[in-house]
Design a protein around this ligand. Structure first.
Ligand code: PCA
Length: 319
């Protein structure tokens, strides 16, 4: 009896020491961001000797992409991943990485993140959230079902959007913005609900857009990032050693994710080509048109964000 009691107490002790987090993401399990998350979860579990398990809920199953920040804030999920620019209404500075034609390489994107990160951390903390890491999508290009020679070619076309930036761009182009979740693009194309979209080559591949989509223009418009974060109370409740394991695994996930993003950019563009999509550059007239549009967008954005924008853009353009 005594041995049984001791065993029961020990077992209860071990069970108690184990924490489990639910992590929500709006992207598919096969997406490179989600694959990176699985590896992050595995590393955390190993480094903490099983004291912290992270269970992933991909594909909007625990919360929809645009609701994930709120769900984590409210404790409906312990942790989450969302696209940072989905937060602009609440945290305008989160849209810094989705201003067209500011960042044109992974090196620039990295500089932008190091300037943006302290501001994002502050806004997240004010909402009871702790930032773990961020990883960019490959550069955003233009997919279309017909050739595009100038912005007039967008008039009255159905342009798929995924955030405030893409909605505003559709408006500038006089296209009709159609909100389609990343995981629904394939279906929306098949149903004729969209004609064009700005997104990464990898998103085109994941949704097998060949067929309806004939052209991909590498305009390198911006490098939006996904951000992974946790409810600060859940994080603070961990033992210091486990907290350290989470932060270390997050730092590795960030480095790994950036490298993976670059690798999939190349592979995906090749795959689009292999499936018969014409991968092209835009004409110089259209290029100047969209650059002007980018400037217009930047001016609006800086007006919206106010002074905080200077904390990113003054060092970004002068250092
Ligand atoms: N893919 C996601 C966001 C940015 C990207 O490249 C999407 O299209 O929704």
């Amino acid at each position: 009896m005594k041995t049984f009691l001791i065993a029961a107490i020990l077992a209860a002790g071990t069970a108690h020491a184990q924490t489990s987090w639910k992590l929500a993401t709006g992207y598919r399990a096969e997406s490179f961001h989600t694959q990176n998350l699985y590896q992050f979860a595995q590393e955390v579990e190993q480094a903490s000797a099983g004291q912290l398990k992270i269970e992933l809920f991909p594909n909007n199953t625990l919360a929809k992409l645009n609701d994930i920040r709120q769900a984590v804030q409210d404790g409906k999920a312990d942790a989450g991943e969302t696209i940072m620019s989905s937060l602009v209404k609440d945290i305008p500075i989160a849209g810094a990485d989705s201003i067209p034609f500011v960042v044109s390489s992974y090196g620039d994107a990295q500089r932008m993140w190091s300037l943006q990160r302290p501001l994002i951390e502050k806004h997240f903390l004010a909402r009871g959230l702790k930032v773990l890491y961020a990883v960019p999508w490959p550069p955003q290009g233009l997919f279309s079902n017909k050739p595009i020679r100038g912005s007039a070619d967008f008039a009255a076309t159905k342009m798929r959007t995924y955030n405030q930036t893409t909605i505003r761009i559709a408006e500038f182009m006089k296209a009709v913005p159609v909100d389609v979740a990343m995981v629904e693009v394939n279906k929306a194309l098949a149903e004729g609900r969209m004609d064009n979209m700005i997104t990464s080559a990898v998103t085109g591949v994941e949704n097998q857009v060949w067929g309806p989509i004939k052209y991909y223009y590498e305009i390198n418009a911006w490098f939006p990032k996904n951000i992974v974060f946790v409810n600060a109370k859940a994080f603070n409740a961990l033992k210091p050693a486990v907290q350290k394991s989470v932060l270390q695994a997050a730092a590795s996930a960030e480095t790994r994710g950036w490298a993976k993003s670059q690798a999939v950019m190349q592979d995906s563009t090749n795959e689009l080509r292999a499936h018969g999509i014409k991968v092209e550059r835009v004409s110089s007239e259209f290029d100047s048109e969209i650059k002007r549009l980018g400037e217009k967008f930047s001016r609006e954005w800086v007006r919206l964000v106010g002074n905080e924008a200077n904390n990113i853009f003054i060092p970004y353009y002068t250092q």
